[in-house]
Design a protein around this ligand. Sequence first.
Ligand SMILES: C[S@@+](CC[C@H](N)C(=O)[O-])C[C@H]1O[C@@H](n2cnc3c(N)ncnc32)[C@H](O)[C@@H]1O
Length: 337
Amino acid sequence: MVTRPRIDIQAVTELTELADYIVPFAIRVVCDFSVADELTEGPRSVEELAKATGTHAPTLLRVLRALAGRGIFAEVSPEVFELTPMAEPLRSDHPFSVRECFPLMPPDIRSWARLSDSIRTGRTSFDDLHDRPYYDWMAAHPYECVRFERSAESVNPLVLRTLVPAVDWSGIGTLVDVGGGHGTFLAGLLRRLPEMRAVLLDLPHVVTEVPQVLDRAGVSGRCEVVGGDFLRAVPEGGDAYLLKTVLHDWDDERAALILRNVRAAMREDSRVLVVESIRESGDGYDVGKIMDVKALALFGGHTRTQAEFRSLFEAAGLRMAGVSRTPTMSVIEAGAR
Ligand SMILES: C[S@@+](CC[C@H](N)C(=O)[O-])C[C@H]1O[C@@H](n2cnc3c(N)ncnc32)[C@H](O)[C@@H]1O
């Protein structure tokens, strides 16, 4: 039996608002021109802001008005704008700055535009569009690679804040950060845990950025940097192995291979700390479900439920030891089986 459509005007309105994809692009552009940085001393007219940022005043006004409608900046008097709580984190000096969070790079956007291909075939649209997997493409495109790593790391200050108190770090003299990116998470960890030493492994073209990050944090004396491939091998000698937002990039076969390489490198008593967004059941907002679709379009991996993590560890000769959920990400801990 066909039921008649239910009419809920509020729902129709909310749905049409979701079609307005200008917001992330407008945020990207105000970040590119450091508009939030120009408002740190208080409200300013669009005319002044345009002069300071090298932009076209009437156009900047249109973008700022659109964002103000979403609570990002406020028009306090005609054509005069100020920062709001949601605009503050777009400042470059904000301790939880997210201005790198919106890279919106053409290769990614073109893959999103081809999501219909993924839905038909189950394949990763990025690979089909660019003829190779994400990280291989990034290796040949240094500018985009740096933008990608910075966006992946932009939430690290926030994650560190919730994660450090949630984990028992005692007994970890040496931590191996597997796929550690530019090292911002590890640098933050080493600053908070002054007794700890570390090894960071990432692809050779990615680790070139790591020394500057460690130097800025004043921790370079406690961290060795290794350029390598975790699909082949992982450094030995860790009391613990950290894999933060790494496994969701990979299908089960390759995620298990990475963990088997960790298993081969670790001692019987070493710990494995996986930091990820666990995919939860139920209909609530769940970053694990959002990341899952991102992994589908771009990386060819997927996020996992707690039960899926348990099976993945078992396939790699590990045993899940516990899960700590924090307001940002979860820590899924494992040991040797
Ligand atoms: C989503 S980023 C996470 C970075 C970092 N762990 C963090 O959370 O800030 C995934 C990382 O895996 C690295 N990666 C991808 N393939 C790799 C490989 N075969 N060997 C080593 N690292 C790899 C990427 O370069 C990237 O830095």
